[in-house]
Write a protein that binds this ligand. Structure first.
Ligand code: ADP
Ligand code: MG
Length: 329
């Protein structure tokens, strides 16, 4: 059995809310996340998802439990180890308005982490990499010298994703990255994540408050309720045979999929039929996911089936570059 990239055991965070009162925001949570996998962490607002993420990055100190990233004990890490952990784990936040420094130009926002970690060998290399990253997330070169205020929410989120990818993270933690976007933009940003994970083989912990969002993206899904992890399983198990009543309630509460998703599913079924995989296409039925998991596991398998981003589908050199630095590590 391969070692998980991220191993979380009995993670617990109790907040003091008064002299005698306390709140168990995260309660005995355990899960593994494997390299190349996208794990969804789903639960209603207040269920403890962000607190779990913040404990993993040690932005806050858990009350008890263990977190291991690539074999390193995160909670017992020295300052140096912690620096490596924080470089290795990058976050994309929910609010694209407060998460970008309004005074900085896009090129500096994206390059900041590269500078801190001395990733580019020269200023010219840095410029080239930043431009590639911007193209990778579907933004234009002339966006580089603009500041966050001139971008829409979806564009800002793309900048946040480029910033996270710039340091070639081992793990990306996305904390409800589409929740505050216009509904019409949500599918586009979700599709960008799907493309990126497929092309770069990223490992992602993707946090969402509803099961509809993660259905198209995640290999496995963990469900949280009131600080506890009540169910974890493969995507097909969670949607096809949910065990916990809370998971069932979340599925029942899921809004109707958006027209973009419906179209993506139709196109995917057609594509699979063309590929001779008729049985699978039929079995997927009207409520199945956008792409088979086996296909998502192959970083090179590029599909434009549900790409609604505005950019061309041929991928820029940043993909090759990110892969090559991954190999060097
Ligand atoms: P989610 O991300 O699932 O919406 P959070 O992890 O943000 O949930 O919060 C879980 C619970 O912990 C909530 O009840 C929240 O009010 C509480 N909480 C979060 N941060 C703090 C804090 N710094 N102090 C006290 N309570 C907190
Ligand atoms: Mg949250």
């Amino acid at each position: 059995m391969t070692e998980p990239l991220l191993r979380v055991r009995s993670l617990t965070k109790v907040f003091r809310t008064g002299t005698r009162a306390s709140h168990r925001a995260v309660d005995d949570v355990s899960f593994d996340l494997y390299t190349g996998e996208t794990l969804g962490l789903v639960g209603e607002s207040g269920s403890g998802k962000s607190t779990t993420a913040r404990c993993i990055m040690r932005l806050i100190k858990p009350t008890s439990g263990e977190v291991t990233l690539d074999g390193v004990d995160v909670l017992g890490a020295s300052r140096r180890e912690l620096r490596d952990v924080r470089r290795g784990v990058q976050m994309v936040f929910q609010d694209p308005y407060s998460s970008l420094d309004p005074r900085m130009k896009v090129r500096d926002i994206v390059a900041e982490g590269m500078r801190i970690n001395r990733i580019a060998a020269s200023a010219a290399e840095e410029r080239a990499r930043v431009a590639e990253l911007l193209e990778l997330v579907g933004l234009r070169p002339d966006h580089l010298d603009r500041r966050p205020a001139s971008f829409s929410g979806g564009e800002r989120q793309r900048i946040g994703i480029a910033r996270a990818l710039a340091v070639n993270p081992r793990l990306l933690i996305c904390d409800e990255p589409i929740a505050s976007l216009d509904v019409s933009i949500q599918a586009q940003v979700l599709n960008l994540f799907t493309d990126l994970r497929r092309e770069l083989g990223l490992s992602i912990l993707f946090i969402a408050h509803d099961l509809a969002t993660v259905r198209f993206l995640c290999d496995r899904i963990a469900v949280m309720e009131n600080g506890r992890l009540v169910e974890i399983g493969d995507r097909s198990e969670i949607y096809g045979d949910p065990q916990h009543p809370y998971t069932r309630a979340l599925i029942d509460a899921a809004p109707e999929p958006s027209p973009e998703h419906e179209r993506a599913k139709r196109e995917d079924r057609l594509r699979r039929r063309r590929n001779g995989d008729e049985a699978a296409a039929e079995a997927s039925g009207p409520a199945e996911v956008a792409a088979p998991a086996s296909e998502m596991d192959q970083p090179g398998a590029h599909s434009t089936a549900h790409t609604t981003t505005t950019q061309q589908s041929s991928r820029p050199p940043a993909v090759t570059w990110l892969r090559s630095i991954k190999e060097r590590q």
